[in-house]
Design a protein around this ligand. Structure first.
Ligand code: ATP
Ligand code: MG
Length: 757
């Protein structure tokens, strides 16, 4: 029982209580995840078959780390445990069982882009006003319905929902939902929410399947339980119903996904569902210094909605929490970069000991710029990742179509890429014919001359090519198949012939993907190494998993949402400004504001030794410089734990009040801390920049390869204009555009952020 020595008495008790329902709701850094890890190790030590254990984590990365630790504790048995995110675990289960609910076992997983593309197509077909039926809005409604296990039939029959939709002028949402579900079904595709929705459907309607998995998963554990939604809750409840050996751990103070349907009710339900539940309390924080824990406690104390708990640390007091003020977002980046440089040198740290956390992805820009200038290596988690790049998605679309020729989104993506003379009109005709004859688009293509007027000959060549790929994937390894498809689809050649820098980059990315597949097909720690398995892994990667080299020594940049469960010796939380953090959207209700505060709590509790918080007094937003006030959250922190660093000099000091005024404003008045009185006057540049064009809502630079003289466009910063002339050869085409606001300008198209109107 040597390994149990790494636990305190409460943790140990929770680990040893292997039978029956167990719940641990405890503060950050108190060892909840550690308890799960040790529990699994303990179960295996006790002789439980590792095939009978199911562990649900919040990210694949967490699952990987846990597997490594368990491996360390008990050896290679760890390989057999079903461990991963809800989505990856139940995608794996559905691969085996999908045929029971009418899906092919090789179903495709639609990512968010695919999902939105399907929604757009439906909105277009139904001729709906895209303001009233905004694609993101529709997407969120369908997603919310699925996560609450409301099918399209129930949606359409629910009087309350219908009344709400009709009163907001969106009475057709139920029909859109129905079309969407049918469209995905025809394509043999499931979206992310379906992976849970369909699992529930399967377990509910197929008792024999439910029974099989109830007996397989004799021991279940769920990390970050506070962020499960209803659909996830019910899956767990169903699977655990026979053995009831279920252990959930979480922290209500870290619930940050209510906006996506996670429900604190799940914790309360848990007590109702399992009256003989054993509850364990963990109070000692092993992660952070005392100052950091005090600050975290003082933040969360401002929330009314919380289960009271005591959290303490026995580590050293540590430094006070530094608050840095900058005069612009760029300067904030500079201050953070300098602080990291300084800390690294003075304390002999590594780059990977530092993390920069922000509320929104857009904030990474100023941080990146400063880090680059300072020569600090960094890695952004989230944002546009490798697998979201166009060329990568193109090649993967070929793989998808090969395994599931009904995958409509993959088909649309590559039917005419590389160009083979199959225009949009033909594609529209194919889809129409598919609808009319109740066939899939691929079935129509296979017999194109029969169904479509003037079908181009290349259609049947395309179908034959995909069929030939199907033969290859049956007989060859993942890598050989992938290489064959990249070559014979013409994709590799197309990229190779593009000699521009971007083209070269894209070509290298494809090589990199192929290398990745090669590594995958040579892995020894997994059984199934087919291209289809690789694709499933890719489809389920969450942003924070898309990490090519986890051991690289780089500073980590990420949103607070993706930092959950992680820890770093030194943490910078940036952008502590009103309307940014808390975000503007959260200011209307106490519930939303409390969720923002929990997010702040998550951010500060990631730090082990040193925490630095910063804000800027002005910031660019939509091309305009605006002045910002320090966040109310700064006021809420108990001042005795703070150290203010207002030494940064403003660029234009003459229009700011003296620092001393501001410093004096930070004095303790009775028990509350008053906010600095001076939201600084914005620097001079405001007047010029304020005039800059604000892009239309939903502005997105479009593909300008087909831009023509006379077309109307919108430029991110220059506003609306008309194309007067085009000259030069691809990819160096220059466009002369007359902009209404600023007059004529010549732009190099490959760099211009233009949207065609
Ligand atoms: P979060 O709420 O942020 O997910 P958590 O409760 O899951 O935190 P862990 O990540 O499990 O906390 O633990 C925090 C840190 O404290 C880890 O580095 C862990 O290894 C360490 N730790 C936990 N318990 C002990 C212990 N008994 N002895 C030594 N270190 C411990
Ligand atoms: Mg944890």
């Amino acid at each position: 029982m040597d390994y149990l020595q790494g636990l305190n008495p409460e943790q140990k008790a929770a680990v040893l209580q292997t039978e029956g329902p167990v719940m641990i709701i405890a503060g950050a850094g108190s060892g909840k995840t550690r308890v799960i890890t040790y529990r699994v190790a303990h179960l295996i030590q006790k002789g439980v078959d590792s095939f009978n254990i199911l562990v649900l984590t919040f990210t694949n990365k967490a699952a990987r780390e846990m597997r490594e630790r368990i491996n360390h504790l008990v050896g290679t048995e760890a390989k057999n445990i079903w461990m991963g995110t809800f989505h990856s675990v139940f995608a794996k289960l559905l691969r085996v069982e999908a045929d029971k609910i009418g899906y092919p076992n090789n179903f495709t997983i639609y990512d968010t882009d695919d999902t939105k593309s399907v929604i757009r197509a439906i909105l277009k077909e139904m001729n709906l006003d895209d303001k009233l039926y905004n694609q993101n809005f529709v997407y969120n409604r369908i997603s919310a319905a699925k996560n609450n296990l409301i099918s399209w039939q129930e949606y359409q029959n629910n009087e309350q929902i219908q009344a709400d939709d009709f009163s907001s002028g969106r009475g057709l949402l139920g029909n859109i939902y129905e079309n969407y579900v049918k469209r995905c079904f025809r394509a043999g595709a499931m979206d992310f929410d379906d992976l849970l929705f369909k699992t529930n459907e399967l377990l509910k309607n197929h008792p024999e399947v439910l029974n099989k998995y109830q007996h397989k998963f004799k021991y279940l554990m769920v990390d970050e339980y506070q962020d499960t939604n209803f659909s996830q809750y019910l899956i767990v409840k169903r699977l655990a119903a026979v053995n009831e050996n279920l252990c959930v751990v979480g922290d209500d103070a870290q619930s940050i996904y209510a906006f996506r349907g996670a429900n604190i009710q799940n914790i309360l339900n848990f007590e109702k569902d399992y009256p003989d539940l054993k509850v364990f309390k963990l109070e000692q924080n092993y992660r952070s210094t005392q100052n950091i824990v005090h600050v975290a406690n003082s933040i969360i104390a401002n929330n009314k909605d919380q289960l009271k708990k005591h959290v303490f640390s026995e580590k050293e007091n540590g430094d006070k929490i530094k608050v840095m003020r900058a005069f612009s977002d760029n300067e904030e980046g500079k201050l953070v970069a300098e602080a990291i440089m300084f800390q690294r040198t003075t304390n002999g740290l590594k780059w990977h000991d530092f993390a920069i956390l922000y509320r929104t992805n857009a904030q990474s820009r100023s941080m990146e710029e400063a880090l680059r200038k300072a020569g600090i290596p960094y890695k952004i988690y989230g944002g546009l990742s490798f697998y979201q790049r166009k060329e990568i998605k193109d090649l993967i679309a070929y793989f998808r179509l090969t395994f599931n020729p009904n995958d409509e989104e993959a088909l649309k993506r590559i039917i005419n890429y590389p160009k083979r003379g199959i225009g949009n009109t033909t594609v529209d005709r194919i889809i129409l014919a598919a609808d009319k004859h109740n066939l899939t688009p691929f079935e129509i293509i296979l017999q194109a001359p029969h169904y479509i007027d003037k079908a181009p000959a290349s259609l049947s060549a395309f179908a034959t090519m995909i069929q030939s790929f199907q033969v290859i994937t049956k007989n060859q390894s993942a890598y050989e198949s992938a290489l064959h498809i990249a070559q014979h689809s013409g994709l590799l050649k197309d990229l190779y012939e593009d000699k521009s820098v971007e083209g070269l980059n894209r070509y290298e990315n494809i090589q990199e993907l192929l290398n990745g597949i090669k590594e995958f097909s040579e892995r020894e720690d997994i059984e199934e190494k087919g291209l289809d398995v690789f694709m499933q892994d890719v489809a389920l990667l969450t942003n924070d998993d898309k990490d090519k080299d986890p051991d690289a020594d780089t500073v980590s940049l990420m949103t607070i949402h993706s930092s959950k469960g992680l820890e770093f010796p030194q943490v910078h939380v940036v952008g502590l400004e009103e309307n940014l953090f808390p975000s503007q959207m959260s200011l209307n209700s106490r519930t939303d504001l409390e969720e923002e505060r929990r997010l702040f709590y998550v951010a500060v509790t990631r730090a082990e030794h040193k925490l630095t918080i910063s804000y800027a007094t002005s910031r660019f937003k939509f091309g305009t410089l605006i002045s910002c006030e320090p966040s109310r959250f700064l006021d809420e922190i108990d001042a005795q734990y703070l150290e203010l660093d207002f030494t940064a000099k403003p660029a234009t000091a003459n229009n700011l009040s003296s620092f001393d005024d501001e410093r004096n404003a930070w004095t303790r008045k009775s028990d509350t801390f008053s906010k600095p009185k001076i939201p600084s006057a914005p620097p001079k540049t405001t007047s010029i920049l304020a005039k800059a064009h604000v892009p239309s809502p939903g502005f997105k630079p479009s593909d300008t390869s087909n831009l023509q003289v006379g077309m109307e466009v919108e430029h991110e910063r220059f506003g609306f204009g008309k194309v007067l002339n085009l000259e030069g050869n691809k990819p160096d085409v220059k466009a002369t555009i007359f902009f209404k606001e600023i007059g004529q300008k010549q732009l190099l198209l490959k760099f211009a952020k233009l949207s065609i109107l």
